[in-house]
Design a protein around this ligand. Structure first.
Ligand code: DQA
Length: 162
C-alpha cells in the first residue's frame, strides 16, 4: 500500500502522503456539480508525477473508514512522511478522532476540498482540521490538490534546507 522509510540522500524525510476520506473513491461519478468529472486515480497519478518531478516520493490512500485513516496518520509519524495533504471529506465536519491523530503526530498538513464548503450547507462550514493545518484550499476543484502539493514542496525545501 505505501512505501515506508523513504529518505533522501541527506537523511531527510522525503515522502508526501496524500489522504482521501470517505466517498472520494466515487469521484468522476459522484455529484459532478460539486466534485467535477476527474477520477481519484487520475488526480493521484498527476500528484505523484508532480511530486516525483520535484524529487519527492508520494504515497496515496483513500478510505471510507475513519479507523483506517487514523491508523495511516499514526504510521506516518515514523515511516518517512514529511508532509500530508488530506481531503477528510465528510470526516472534516465530524471527526474529533482523526483531528486528534494529526495533533498527535504533529506532521505539517494541508486540508483540501474540491467544492467551496462555505457556499454549501451550514454543516459543512465547520472543520475539525483547519486550525491545525498549515493551510486550507477549497472550491478550486482538483487543481486545489496540485496547489497544495506545490506549497508542500516549497515548505519542505524551506524547512529541510540545512
Ligand atoms: C468535500 C466536502 C465535504 O463537505 C464532503 O463531505 C465531501 C467532499 C470536498 O472535497 O468538497 O465528501 O471534502
Amino acid at each position: 500500500m505505501t512505501k515506508p522509510n523513504l529518505h533522501n540522500l541527506a537523511g531527510q524525510k522525503s515522502t508526501i502522503l496524500i489522504l482521501h476520506g470517505p466517498n472520494l473513491n466515487m469521484l468522476g461519478r459522484r455529484e459532478p456539480q460539486y466534485y467535477g468529472a476527474e477520477t481519484l486515480d487520475s488526480i493521484n497519478n498527476r500528484l505523484c508525477n508532480e511530486a516525483a518531478a520535484a524529487g519527492y516520493a508520494c504515497t496515496t490512500l483513500q478510505s471510507n473508514s475513519e479507523a483506517t485513516l487514523i491508523e495511516r496518520v499514526h504510521t506516518a509519524f515514523d515511516d518517512g512522511t514529511a508532509f500530508i495533504i488530506i481531503n477528510p471529506a465528510a470526516f472534516t465536519h465530524t471527526s474529533i478522532a482523526l483531528r486528534d491523530a494529526f495533533a498527535a503526530v504533529k506532521l505539517p498538513f494541508i486540508e483540501v476540498h474540491l467544492s467551496n464548503v462555505h457556499a454549501r450547507e451550514s454543516f459543512r462550514h465547520h472543520s475539525y482540521f483547519s486550525d491545525l493545518a498549515v493551510g486550507v484550499i477549497c472550491g478550486l476543484g482538483p487543481a486545489g490538490y496540485s496547489y497544495a502539493l506545490e506549497h508542500a514542496i516549497d515548505y519542505l525545501k524551506r524547512n529541510q534546507s540545512t
